[in-house]
Ligand binder design. Structure first.
Ligand SMILES: *[C@@H]1O[C@H](CO)[C@@H](O)[C@H](O)[C@H]1NC(C)=O
Ligand SMILES: *[C@@H]1O[C@H](CO)[C@@H](O)[C@H](O)[C@H]1NC(C)=O
Ligand SMILES: *[C@@H]1O[C@H](CO)[C@@H](O)[C@H](O)[C@H]1NC(C)=O
Ligand SMILES: *[C@@H]1O[C@H](CO)[C@@H](O)[C@H](O)[C@H]1NC(C)=O
Ligand SMILES: *[C@@H]1O[C@H](CO)[C@@H](O)[C@H](O)[C@H]1NC(C)=O
Ligand SMILES: *[C@@H]1O[C@H](CO)[C@@H](O)[C@H](O)[C@H]1NC(C)=O
Ligand SMILES: *[C@@H]1O[C@H](CO)[C@@H](O)[C@H](O)[C@H]1NC(C)=O
Ligand SMILES: *[C@@H]1O[C@H](CO)[C@@H](O)[C@H](O)[C@H]1NC(C)=O
Length: 277
């Protein structure tokens, strides 16, 4: 009786409207709903867990190679510091010889039109003292939300540094001590909303901020760096400092794909269920 009714209702809806391609679970044309109930239109899913993480990087990210004279040292991003490692992606700052440039690693999304979303990185932090490992959005030095790990601070394997730049007050900068061991793999997440940034470890909220929430379309980045500054990164590290990243999943809205275009794509795809993330 019941199966019959379901069949009838499926047939009923099929004849009632235009014939759409059959929707299926792998189509997320109607977007993604996150655990807080927010809907995002687009995604960039980078699974680095195969044997060739670099080819996954190259689909959506640029490996950075810029350099800059800092107060204490010249800091040089190098493609040698983003590489395949342990069936994941390594991002590294190289052990410093004691003289000359500090060689660091960074990836940045090709897209710079990302405006709000939920951003998740599954990673283990470096164990060598003297680097900053960051996962963040960036438009400018005052339009930036950061998750950072500082390997030179006491108890660094349990402290996460959260910031909405300029990060100069107690309401736009927070250090949170977590029970998770950050040198093991954990999912670090920030939800960038119009009026609030909310931060998570393994899906559990750690803190949130309403001060200085960025409002400009941005890139998303991950890096491991040191400039020797004794108020932040410390270092440079004596040995290689390596972060290992298994995935970065970005679900977001952008300035290139508006609500109207999104709704029309969703309809054209036959209105498949919103994907839960
Ligand atoms: C599911 O939908 C997507 C997008 O419409 C399509 O590319 C894919 O081939 C479909 N998969 C199956 C198994 O039908
Ligand atoms: C550091 O390197 C510079 C340039 O390569 C060299 O002139 C200088 O002597 C070096 N200093 C030390 C302490 O090794
Ligand atoms: C941090 O770095 C300084 C110098 O760079 C060093 O003296 C200190 O021992 C380091 N602290 C920790 C906790 O490693
Ligand atoms: C924080 O930095 C911003 C931007 O530079 C500045 O306008 C503000 O006054 C600073 N706040 C404090 C408390 O220093
Ligand atoms: C957070 O940690 C950083 C680095 O150790 C330190 O400079 C800063 O003062 C701390 N902030 C707070 C609010 O404790
Ligand atoms: C939305 O995007 C479509 C396709 O790019 C464009 O034609 C339309 O003008 C945009 N609508 C708004 C309100 O920006
Ligand atoms: C993101 O896009 C969805 C779908 O268009 C919309 O409902 C939501 O309000 C947008 N979120 C933000 C923060 O703009
Ligand atoms: C929207 O649909 C168009 C036409 O099918 C397709 O080319 C485009 O990739 C879709 N946009 C997104 C962001 O899914």
């Amino acid at each position: 009786m019941l199966p019959c009714l379901i069949l009838l209702s499926v047939l009923g809806s099929a004849v009632a409207g235009p014939v759409y391609p059959r929707a299926n679970a792998s189509s997320c044309a109607c977007g993604y709903r996150d655990s807080a109930g927010h809907v995002w239109r687009e995604s960039i899913l980078s699974d680095f867990s195969g044997s060739d993480a670099l080819s996954v990087v190259n689909e959506n990210w640029a490996v950075e190679t810029w350099g800059q004279q800092r107060q204490y040292h010249y800091m040089q991003y190098s493609s040698a510091n983003v590489y395949n490692y342990n069936n994941a992606l390594a991002i590294r700052t190289q052990g410093w010889s004691g003289n000359g440039s500090v060689y660091t690693g960074e990836i940045q999304t090709n897209r710079d039109d990302i405006l709000y979303g939920t951003f998740r990185m599954y990673a283990s932090i470096p164990t060598t003292p003297g680097v900053c490992f960051g996962f963040f959005s960036y438009y400018s030095d005052s339009q930036e939300s950061d998750i950072e790990f500082l390997t030179n601070v006491t108890d660094y394997s349990h402290i996460v540094h959260y910031t909405n730049q300029p990060g100069n007050t107690s309401s736009n900068r927070k250090n949170v001590t977590v029970s998770n061991t950050l040198t093991s793999f954990n999912e670090h997440r920030f939800d960038w909303l119009a009026k609030e940034t909310i931060f998570y470890v393994n899906g559990k909220e750690t803190t949130s901020m309403t001060a200085d929430v960025p409002n400009e379309a941005s890139h998303i980045l991950a890096n491991v760096w040191s400039d020797g500054n004794p108020t932040w990164s410390y270092g440079p590290p004596a040995k290689d400092a390596v972060a290992t990243v298994q995935y970065i999943n970005l679900y977001f809205n952008s300035t290139s794909y508006n609500e109207t275009a999104f709704n029309s794509n969703c309809t054209e795809a036959g209105k498949p269920a919103v994907c839960q993330v």
